[in-house]
Design a protein around this ligand. Structure first.
Ligand SMILES: [Zn+2]
Length: 275
């Protein structure tokens, strides 16, 4: 893959979405080595997502930079949504910087699949044809996220190696899936977190290597869309279900000095200002 235009952005951004991640619990388990390192050595902010604490509304807010009253995604059915008036981060970047290269990879179809509800990340057929945008679509709901997350990570690594897109969104859902199956106090939840942590480590490693080799400035951003109850499940207004965070880690550049307190809908603005 190579991109026909060469836009000079100040830095490249990889945004990693990890669905249903209780970050502090992951760190305390000792099984999230990379997330633990990035949590310590980055810009970091704890945030609360709006109700209901489910994926559709929360990812829509995080990825569009506007709240439910505007994007009107209020559940995972996406009925009567207004995403056409609330473009996602990648689309906004492509409008602000002509020729910018963007990439998205996800296994939850409503985020990305042209043939599913939503999708939150606009399809941008023309940009795909022009070679300035590419997507990697899988269906983890049908095939399970353990293998799909691995495929998503492989596709993202290949994209970074081959063309280093200016702005990428890469999404993992295995922790959320495991939380629903086993709860979030033991076993399966932490197995899934450890698997995802290793994928994050690979992405961080690849970016560090590129940054050294090509003197590139990269920002790695990590966030989640909601927490999980101890017994598994989310949607309610407990602090544990509403808990989210943002990690922003500079590679070949300083960690950002964003305000100490930001909201999920503020991330897009800060990222557009970083490009
Ligand atoms: Zn979710």
């Amino acid at each position: 893959m190579s991109y026909p235009f060469c836009v000079q952005t100040k830095s490249k951004i990889l945004m990693i979405g990890i669905d249903g991640l209780l970050l502090q619990r992951a760190i305390d388990s000792g099984r999230a080595r990379t997330l633990s390192f990035l949590r310590r050595d980055s810009y970091f902010c704890e945030m609360l997502v709006d109700m209901p604490t489910v994926s559709g509304p929360s990812w829509s807010t995080i990825l569009t930079g506007v709240t439910q009253d505007i994007h009107r995604v209020i559940d995972n059915d996406f009925v009567d949504h207004n995403l056409a008036e609330a473009p996602d981060l990648l689309t906004q970047a492509s409008q602000n910087f002509s020729g910018i290269s963007t990439f998205a990879a996800a296994g939850w179809p409503p985020l990305i699949d042209p043939n599913d509800v939503g999708p939150v990340i606009a399809v941008r057929k023309n940009d795909i044809e022009q070679g300035t945008h590419s997507i990697f679509v899988r269906d983890g709901e049908t095939h399970g996220y353990e293998s799909v997350d691995r495929e998503v990570a492989s596709a993202a690594l290949a994209a970074i190696q081959e063309s280093a897109p200016d702005l990428s969104f890469v999404y993992f859902c295995g922790a959320d899936e495991a939380g629903h199956q086993t709860g979030t106090l033991k076993g399966g939840y932490f197995d899934a977190i450890e698997r995802i942590d290793l994928l994050v480590e690979q992405l961080h490693h690849e970016i560090s290597e590129r940054s050294k080799k090509f003197q590139e400035r990269w920002l790695i951003v990590i966030t989640t869309d909601h927490g999980h109850r101890d017994e598994g499940g989310h949607g309610g207004d407990s602090a544990q279900e509403r808990a989210t965070f943002v990690i922003a880690h500079g590679v070949g550049m300083a960690h950002p000095s964003w305000p100490a307190k930001i909201k999920p809908e503020d991330i897009v603005g800060h990222l557009l200002a970083t490009l």
